[in-house]
Design a protein around this ligand. Structure first.
Ligand code: PEP
Ligand code: MN
Length: 338
């Protein structure tokens, strides 16, 4: 439920409302706008007739029930868009932010070369996996902590902030110390203990949609992070599993406008995992930007046939460069910057 305070509500009146919320065993989440203060009450609010308790209180204008099962992630709770800031990059504003890099960090030479290429082409964030969730235990599992060191080195060399995946709650501190955005992969979208721990850290989280999950489930997973204290969540549509076999996954392009209707959180698209094929990545990227995505995360590799993971969906540098030029036109057509 949301409590809307009157425009001229005093600090004392707001304080009394906050105290009451806590007395009843709920957690208040305050958002002070220019005009008025809005207080979100989070918890199972069917226990208490909230409107009857709060509407008579001094300074309260009205109470609004949040009908969605996700509360802090909902547009009702926060009507204005959340902008996640990473250094001087803002995700969720009027700019389309491209994150790019290899699927996996493979070596110092590989990572630094790709980092320079994607920066030159206009990417604002470097991606690269150090801990890789692989279907087969016999496939390359990533370079682990050495991979994190290389990401930090690439950040130092290029100035690009980095995003990388964490698979275990016990690695959060380590990953956070080397990177700027922590990725939760599709396979861990419903690893609720991992999400709760990420809620306690202070770094932005890139939460990818599970391959078999609904958008409501994605937003409920975001709720785990938000309700544990971390408000910096970026959602990512990366394709879902369907009967179609020509693509690795099916890109659900409507996820972008739907998330915009339901939530204040930014949403980006991963056209690489969504399609699984490099020759579909450009069209999917253009469509995502046209649909209003706040950004893209794209896999790039100079020698896709030598890549240790996801070569078939990786763009060669020259194709990435030409895609970036096309994306500028698409972004401009819908009034966004790039
Ligand atoms: C990745 O980004 O390399 C990755 C493994 O993505 P997903 O979790 O979406 O499959
Ligand atoms: Mn990959």
């Amino acid at each position: 439920m949301i409590i809307v305070m009157r425009k001229n509500a005093t600090v004392k009146e707001t304080g009394a409302v906050l105290k009451k919320i806590e007395e009843l065993g709920y957690k208040p989440h305050i958002s002070s706008g220019e005009e008025r203060t809005i207080i979100g009450v989070v918890g199972d609010d069917r226990r208490v007739p909230m409107d009857q308790v709060f509407e008579p209180m001094e300074g309260v204008e009205r109470t609004i029930p949040v009908l969605q099962p996700f509360k802090l992630a909902s547009k009702e709770f926060r009507p204005s868009s959340t902008v996640v800031k990473v250094g001087n990059v803002a995700i969720g504003g009027d700019e389309v932010v491209v994150m790019a890099g290899p699927c996996a960090v493979e070596s110092e030479e590989q990572l630094l070369a790709i980092a320079r290429i994607v920066k030159e082409a206009g990417a604002k964030v470097l991606r690269g996996g150090a801990f890789k969730p692989r279907t087969s235990p016999y496939s390359f599992q990533g370079m682990g902590s050495r991979g994190l060191e290389l990401l930090a080195l690439a950040r130092k060399e290029t100035g690009l902030p980095v995003v990388t995946e964490v698979m275990a709650a016990s690695d959060i501190e380590l990953v956070a110390s080397f990177t700027d955005i922590i990725q939760v992969g599709a396979r861990n979208m419903q690893n609720f203990s991992l999400l709760a721990e990420l809620g306690k850290c202070h770094q932005p989280v890139l939460l990818k949609r599970g391959m078999m999950n609904t958008l409501e489930e994605l937003l409920m997973s975001a709720e785990y992070i938000l309700s544990n204290g971390n408000q910096q969540v970026i959602l990512c549509e990366r394709g879902i599993r369907t009967f179609e076999k020509y693509t690795r996954n099916t890109l659900d392009i409507t996820a972008v406008p739907l998330v915009k209707q339901l939530s204040h959180l930014p949403i980006i698209v991963d056209p690489s995992h969504a399609t699984g094929k490099w020759d579909l990545v450009s069209a999917a990227s253009r469509a995502a930007v046209a649909a209003g995505a706040d950004g893209l995360i794209i896999e790039v590799h100079p020698q896709p046939d030598q890549a240790l993971s996801d070569g078939p969906q990786s763009l060669k540098p020259e194709r990435f460069l030409s895609l970036m030029k096309d994306l500028q036109k698409v972004a401009a057509a819908i009034g966004k910057k790039m």
